[in-house]
Design a protein around this ligand. Sequence first.
Ligand SMILES: NC(=O)c1ccc[n+]([C@@H]2O[C@H](COP(=O)([O-])OP(=O)(O)OC[C@H]3O[C@@H](n4cnc5c(N)ncnc54)[C@H](OP(=O)(O)O)[C@@H]3O)[C@@H](O)[C@H]2O)c1
Length: 264
Amino acid sequence: MFKGKVALVTGSGRGIGATIARHFATLGADVVVNYFRNPGSANETAESIRKLGRKALLVKANMGEIEDIERMFAVIEQEFGGLDIYIHNAASGYNRPVMQQRAKGWDWTMNINARSLLFATQRAVPLMDKRGGGAIVAISSPGAGRVLPDYVVVGASKAAIESITRYLAVELAPKNIVVNAVSPGMVLTEALQHFEMVRADVNLAEKAVSITPAGRLVNPQDIAEVVAFLCSPAAHMIRGQVITVDGGASLLAPGLGKVQPSPE
Ligand SMILES: NC(=O)c1ccc[n+]([C@@H]2O[C@H](COP(=O)([O-])OP(=O)(O)OC[C@H]3O[C@@H](n4cnc5c(N)ncnc54)[C@H](OP(=O)(O)O)[C@@H]3O)[C@@H](O)[C@H]2O)c1
């Protein structure tokens, strides 16, 4: 589906990003694997893409630093000459209660998660222009609209991502660039270990399944499939939307809904 296309997936050394990167390679794209702190897992992702017969360009860049973003896009231009797909997946954050937050944690989180979407897009657009258009998908989170424990600054950054997504969708439409967001439910990755409540409750995943009508947790491949769809011609008329992929977990009113056993 994406043969001859170039896809950048930020934070794709591990977790959901790594699965998205491999999925695009499976569908024929060459992939830019961006990482920040963990070159080992990023190398593994790149190798698995090469084994699929696709090109993998490994770029270390802190998405919270404008200079790093500029350098990354310069490397992409040099290597591929253009870009078709930008998946804004990398995220970080200071998980603390409201009263323990500090300005440094706010800046860190907002810059890596949200500011980067706006300014990386500014660099991506000229490269997409060279291809006659493109697709951008930002990964949000339920914390954008609901209250999760210790999540205030990440939640605010995700709300910003969803807002930026709508502006980009409108202002980049004349350039034939399609912009949307995906909001995953709970996915078992290392990210969850940053939550005190996850570390404290070994049964949390089980509890999450019990409130999920689809009968299981979301996995990274579920997210990768929807992200790829949003970059495909079939999704051309979907613009500026946040697609929730949570097996229906957010549908039930607390204490009132009942999950039926799922056939899956
Ligand atoms: N897991 C969930 O339940 C869940 C639910 C909703 C939304 N999400 C969202 O899904 C996305 C992926 O989450 P995940 O669970 O896969 O997270 P993860 O396992 O913690 O992985 C985070 C990724 O982001 C990269 N990263 C972190 N800081 C970076 C920076 N400054 N610059 C560039 N890359 C950076 C990491 O790279 P290095 O290791 O190289 O530093 C890593 O590849 C995030 O946007 C997250 O908010 C996750």
